[in-house]
Structures are given as structure tokens and as C-alpha cells.
Design a protein around this ligand. Structure first.
Ligand SMILES: NC(=O)c1ccc[n+]([C@@H]2O[C@H](COP(=O)([O-])OP(=O)(O)OC[C@H]3O[C@@H](n4cnc5c(N)ncnc54)[C@H](OP(=O)(O)O)[C@@H]3O)[C@@H](O)[C@H]2O)c1
Length: 483
């Protein structure tokens, strides 16, 4: 152990993510990495297993601070929530004004806003950085979404660029915006991940039940799709999972895995936040709820006797049906991303962040779970027109949806008639039909609201706010008179 400042970056937390991130940092030219873990055993294990990294270990927070060059910069990778708060409290005691504390865990962005405000009062910079890509990403190059001050970006930027994933020569990191902006964008990333996975699951289910093809045959279909506009990490791994046979039973692994999907909560955060912002992220919400539905075994067992369609719905032309499903998947995916970016725009407005939407699409092209070819199209769309009111209106996506919409409708009709649950496909189509509608039944809802609660309404033909005297002579009065 050393008490001279040798390291230019430190990592606190030597569990899976922290140790891999520390190894990634140490492998880059010019970095010397200080490491610390609450219990020293983990630090010792990492030291023993990775002598090549040249880590500078510390057994106390004081030693850790002393081993870092000024301005000190340390990345916290510990259990989100109380663990993060505990580490921040300790680092604040041993760091000095101008130093930088980075929280690389999966924090709720409002916690990051709170922490940034509190830490800023000490003169220390606090940066909430979303880090995506799991263990593999942490080691080989994650997509990184840092928030925090401009001052901290000056020191951190080059370090984070050196460890981030690279897409078409560009590092997958950008200074997203101030305080909680990075964790906000990471949360939306995870929400999009939920809906992307749900849509793929629905596509698989439709093909399996519609055509009777085996998981291995469907793996071939996904592998083929991965050569076209759907090319993405999630489509690629779907083929891998579907091709896998269970060693014990010899049957497809997907048939022996319990069909109850887990969740760590970032999808629910996205939906809760979008509800507060008033942004319909219906695809993400359906994906979160589909996992909840799958994880209620007693209810599902009880409901399994409920009747389905009385007639069997068959697929006449398998190849045409599979192509329809592919198109429906692409169209639904466009809606999912369009909704996710709407939530980013609304969050940026609400919290005063200057988020460059095209840059976000770019940093998701590699190192994260939703990495996909498609993200180039999104960054192009925002570069061409940064004021797009909805991603789906960009010429490329508009054409793609136009080309897919008949197939999309056929697939949803098939699902409904065959009794196959497709909440994400169906809700995406309903959203599409909703935003493009000339008139919505919201007019009737306004009438109902005015009837039972005198909530008033606006008219299409003149300015002002109005109320109908429903329990009187039903004449209309100006809302000014109604109150
Ligand atoms: N795992 C993933 O794929 C993944 C992906 C993206 C983001 N993340 C995020 O990255 C962070 C780290 O994840 P992880 O899976 O590597 O670790 P983890 O299991 O979430 O947390 C374990 C680490 O937290 C430390 N810790 C817990 N409470 C502490 C406290 N009060 N004071 C100091 N240290 C404390 C533990 O120290 P001890 O050893 O002393 O107990 C240990 O180093 C989390 O925020 C997680 O959400 C994880």
C-alpha cells in the first residue's frame, strides 16, 4: 500500500461491476487505478487475480484519497441506494473541493439530483453516470451516460472516453447534461430494453404458435433477421438462446426455463417517471406489466381454465406470415424508441437539461444491451431535424412504418383471433393510430368530465373555456361565469 498519490483514477466497490471497470481502466494507456472495497478481502482477491493491472490498493478511505492525484476522481460501483450514500458520506470526508465523485451504479435519477446538490455544497463535484453493458461491458467497453458539472467533464471526459465502447470510431460516451441527466437517460435506456425484449418475445410466440416451428427453426429466422434492418444485440442473442438445448432433458432450453420474467426495477422507474411527465410510454409500460403478469403463478394457474377462441386460426402462408411478423416487430420497435425519446425530451424540459438526442442515439450504438444498427438512423434523424416532434415523423421512420403498417395490422388481428397475447405489438399500433388520428374520443371524455365535475372544456370553433349547465337547462356558459 502506498501513501503517495500515484493513481489518476480510483474505483470504490470490487464486486462484479467495479472490479471489471477497474480492470478496463487499468488496461488503458496512462491510467493507474486505485481500488477500495469496504471489506478488504475483495480488494485482495482482485489484486491476486490481476497483478497485470498494477492496481494501487487501499484499506481505508484515507489511504484511498491519499493514493489519488489531484483533482481526485473516483468511481463508485457499489450496491445502489444506501450503499452508495454510505460511500459518498465517507469520500466527502477525505476528498477536497474540486475533486470528483462519480456514481456509476444504477441510481434513480432523482437520488442523483439530491446527492449532487448535497455534495456540491462541499465544493466537491458529484457525477451520476449511467453505465450500461453489464459485466462484459464494464470490462471491455460500456456505453457511458455521465451527468454532472461541465468542470468535472473536463477531467473525466478523456478517462471515460478511453474505456467506453467504440462505435464506428466514436467512443460511446457523451456529457449528457447536468446533475441527474445521465442516470435519467440510463433509466430510459433500460425502459427501451424492456420493450425491445418484450416485442422480440411476442414475435417468437406468434411464429411458434402460428407456424408450429421449433425453437431451433425460429433461431434461424432471428439469425436471418439479424442481417437486415433489425440487426441488434438482442436479436442476435435471441437466436443463441433459442438454439440452445438443455443438457439434462435434450429439449430446447427455452421450453424448460420457467416462464416468469424477473425485473430489477428500472423499467418500473421509467414508467413511473413517464406518468409524472405525462408522456405515453405505452410500450414500456406493457413490457413491465407483461413481466408482472408472467410472475403471478397462482393467478395464472387459476385462470388457465378460462376459454380462448372457439375456432382454430391457422396461418395459410407461413413465409408471408413470418415476414409480416418481422415488419410488425420493426414498426413496433420504431414506436417504442419514439416514445422513449419523447420521455427524454420531456425530462430534459422538466429538469433543465440540454440533452442532444442524436448524441444519445450514438452512444447507444455499442457497449449496451439495446445496441443496434437502427440507432444510426435515429441519430441521423435528429441531426437532420433536432426539433422533430416525434421520431416516427422523420422521413426514414415514416416510410418504414408506412411500409409495415398493413403487415402490423394483420399480425395484431391474427394475435387477437388466435388468442395470443401481444400487449406490446397491440399497444404500439394503438399508439400509432392515436397520434395520427384527426379526432380522438377525448372530446367525449371532456364532455363527461364537464357533466360530473364541471371541469369545463374548450371548443374547436372559438376561444375560451366553457361549461354546459347539465343539471339545469343545458345551455352553455363561459367558464368564467361557472366559477
Ligand atoms: N451487475 C450488473 O450487471 C450491473 C449492470 C449495470 C449496473 N450495475 C450497477 O452497478 C453497481 C454495482 O453492481 P455489482 O453487481 O458489481 O455490485 P452489488 O452486488 O450491487 O454491490 C456489492 C458491492 O457493494 C458494496 N457495498 C454494499 N454496501 C456498502 C456500504 N454500505 N458501504 C460500502 N460498500 C458497500 C459491497 O462491499 P462489500 O464487499 O464490503 O460487501 C460490494 O463491493 C450497482 O449499482 C448495480 O446496480 C450492475
Amino acid at each position: 500500500m502506498s501513501d503517495s498519490p500515484q493513481a489518476n483514477i480510483g474505483v470504490v466497490g470490487m464486486a462484479v461491476m467495479g472490479s471489471n471497470l477497474a480492470r478496463n481502466l487499468a488496461s488503458r494507456e496512462g491510467n493507474t487505478v486505485a481500488i477500495f472495497n469496504r471489506s478488504y478481502e475483495k480488494t485482495q482477491t482482485v489484486l491476486d487475480e490481476h497483478p497485470e493491472a498494477g492496481f494501487v490498493p487501499a484499506s481505508t478511505y484515507e489511504e484511498f484519497a491519499a493514493s489519488l492525484q489531484k483533482p481526485r476522481a473516483a468511481i463508485i460501483m457499489v450496491q445502489a441506494g444506501r450503499g452508495t450514500d454510505a460511500v459518498i458520506d465517507e469520500l466527502v470526508k477525505v476528498f477536497e473541493p474540486g475533486d470528483i465523485i462519480v456514481d456509476g451504479g444504477n441510481a434513480l435519477f432523482t437520488d442523483t439530483i439530491r446527492r449532487e446538490k448535497a455534495v456540491r455544497e462541499t465544493g466537491i463535484n458529484f457525477v451520476g453516470a449511467g453505465i450500461s453493458g453489464g459485466e462484459e461491458g464494464a470490462l471491455n467497453g460500456p456505453s457511458i451516460m455521465p451527468g454532472g458539472s461541465d468542470e468535472s467533464w473536463v477531467t473525466l471526459g478523456p478517462i471515460l472516453k478511453s474505456i467506453a465502447a467504440v462505435a464506428e470510431g466514436e467512443p460511446c460516451v457523451t456529457h449528457v447534461g447536468h446533475d441527474g441527466a445521465g442516470h435519467f437517460v440510463k433509466m430510459i435506456h433500460n425502459g427501451i430494453e424492456y420493450v425491445d425484449m418484450q416485442l422480440i418475445g411476442e414475435a417468437y410466440d406468434l411464429i411458434r404458435r402460428g407456424t408450429g416451428k421449433s425453437p431451433a427453426e425460429i433461431a434461424d429466422i432471428f439469425a436471418e433477421w439479424n442481417t437486415g434492418e433489425l440487426e441488434s444485440y438482442l436479436i442476435e442473442i435471441t437466436a443463441e438462446v433459442l438454439r440452445q438445448n438443455d443438457a439434462e432433458t435434450g429439449t430446447p432450453l427455452v421450453d424448460v426455463i420457467l416462464d416468469a420474467a424477473g425485473a430489477k426495477g428500472t423499467g418500473a422507474w421509467t414508467v413511473q417517471t413517464a406518468l409524472d411527465l405525462g408522456i405515453p410510454v405505452s410500450g414500456i409500460a406493457e413490457a413491465v406489466f407483461a413481466r408482472s403478469l408472467s410472475s403471478k403463478p397462482a393467478q395464472r394457474a387459476g385462470a388457465s381454465s378460462l376459454p380462448g377462441p372457439s375456432t382454430t386460426v391457422s396461418v395459410d402462408d407461413e413465409a408471408a406470415f413470418i415476414e409480416d411478423v418481422r415488419r410488425a416487430l420493426y414498426a413496433s420497435k420504431i414506436i417504442a424508441y419514439s416514445q422513449g425519446f419523447d420521455a427524454i425530451v420531456a425530462g430534459a424540459e422538466q429538469y433543465g437539461w440540454d440533452i442532444k438526442k442524436g448524441d444519445i442515439a450514438k452512444i447507444w450504438r455499442a457497449g449496451c444491451i439495446i445496441r443496434a444498427q437502427f440507432l444510426n438512423r435515429i441519430s441521423d434523424a435528429y441531426e437532420e431535424d433536432s426539433s422533430l416532434v416525434a421520431l416516427v415523423l422523420a422521413p426514414y421512420f415514416r416510410d418504414a412504418v408506412e411500409g409495415a403498417q398493413e403487415a402490423w395490422r394483420r399480425v395484431v388481428v391474427h394475435a387477437v383471433q388466435a388468442g395470443i397475447p401481444t400487449p406490446a405489438f397491440s399497444s404500439s399500433l394503438a399508439y400509432y393510430d392515436g397520434i395520427r388520428a384527426d379526432r380522438l374520443p377525448a372530446a367525449l371524455i371532456q364532455g363527461q368530465r364537464d357533466f360530473f365535475g364541471a371541469h369545463t372544456y374548450k371548443r374547436i370553433d372559438k376561444d375560451g373555456t366553457f361549461h354546459t349547465l347539465w343539471s339545469g337547462d343545458r345551455s352553455e356558459i363561459s367558464a368564467v361565469d361557472a366559477h
